[in-house]
Design a protein around this ligand. Sequence first.
Ligand SMILES: [Zn+2]
Length: 597
Amino acid sequence: MNQDKEAKLNVFIREGSSISSRRQASCGSTMEASHDDLHDIPPNARLTITLNMTSHPCGAARTSIASTAGSDRLTATALPPVIAIAGLAIETSSFSPQRTSDQSQFHPYRGVDICDSKYASFLGSDTKLRQKADWRGALIGHALPGGVVTRELFDTLTSEICSRLLEIALDAKRQGREIEGLWFDIHGAMVVDGLKDSEFLLLDRIRKVIGNEVLVSASMDLHGNVSSDLAKSCDLLTCYRTAPHIDTKETKERACWNLLELVNRRRNEGKKFSRPFKAWVPVPVLLPGEQTSTRDEPAKRLYEAVPEIERLDGVTDASIWVGYAWADEPRNHAAIVVTGYDQDAVTRGAEKLAKLFWDVHKEFHFVAKTGTYKECIDTALRSRKSQRPYFISDSGDNPTAGGSGDVTWGLTRLLERDEFEDQNGPTVIYASIPGPEAVHAAVKAGVGAMITLTAGAEVDNLHAGPITMTGRIHAIKHGDKYAKIEVVLQVGSVYAILTEQRKPYHLEKDFTDLDLKPRNADIVIVKIGYLEPELYDMAKDWMLALTPGGVDQDLERLGHHRIRRPMWPFDKKFEEEPDLRARIIAAPGEPSTVHDE
Ligand SMILES: [Zn+2]
């Protein structure tokens, strides 16, 4: 491998050492190096050696600085730092009877595929980040939101992550190196059967393998939760700054760059290195995403304050977590974390964001007009032509928030209405209901066939049982990543989408691929909360229906009993103003300074 580049080494010379230098490339051959005369360097000086590595066969170099005593050897290496990647991301409603039990639901990526495939856009071979570090993927998994993860699956995936990290650590050791950083790629709202604070437990198990010295940078969803334990186990934490999330790549990239900077800082500072300060403030607010979209006030101006804090001298990152409303643990609440090297600045920054959050907590409201399902359909039917397609969010069973996706309540109520009985009635598209048997039967019958099918309520039958419909098969599509097979059944003037496995419908293409024309429909009903950007653009009008399901938007009727109290909006009256002072969280491996949960 020939590479044209220079390697800069920062070497700390120990007091009392007289110095001789030997330069050797890691392939074993000697090489030309230009640097200051090492004999003139005073003790304790910091020294930068520039090695000219033009066309060197191994493309990497190692320089040894040896003391005259021979035994007191310092070795610095020009090899880029080894940074491992691991994490599990899922949003799990503990109010859904569904369970996440199969590894394939996490769509795991392992080893080099993490950089070369999953994150090729910023960690692929020709990217700047890739060239600055030796990124080693262990395992990452991103699941569709769903029900609680089984203990068995969590243990299986965690064990694989740990054994892969051990392998990475041993491999680095064989090269005279070590893991210097870990990018912890998580969501922050995973619930595991019988466990509390799952992402902290995952990192805790990881730390038992890689140790407390490795610098860890976590990237998260703003709908994740940050307990003080999780904050303690990490060195840096950040999350999205938009909802709907249009900055996922930017956020992950920021987590990686900040980690790289931290790793290099430690290389440069040697023993003088200290870890960044982490200021954490829990905010006693727990709201659904549908009231906290950053497209609307007050979340818009709240999140606009984040970059201002991040720009302060001595601040590395500032982030606001809205938290996840459909799980019931003490960590489920909003939180602020500001990290950096100026304790005063991170403290002030975190407190400012927390105060801003609390100041507006009563202003949060649903991002669309809301109503019962019946009110929404009635309103859509009364709407003018210019208001169509009229979108309705069947929000209680939103699979991208953690609903099972197979609640039949919405479709059942829809097909009970007279207005849609005739095929010339108002066109309605309904997305969607999983029903593997129904889908297989439809595939056998083929497009155009009249058929009676039963689907849904295999997982969540709390609100309605399986639905039986007779209609004409309008379209069949094979090969979708999530749905596998999709079938459209036309019943009267309703086009119901049935899937082999559950799938979120977020893109116009999701519909047009099924020979549906959402822009020409009168009503489009989607199991979703706030509309994703493409749907939002298509909708001429929109209502959010407060329907039942695992992610019911009416939080207070769900029956949380383990969250901290008082908590807005569960408690309308706070006897005392909440304590919004920043807690400085201890570094990994140090005794806790904050005991909150
Ligand atoms: Zn989210």
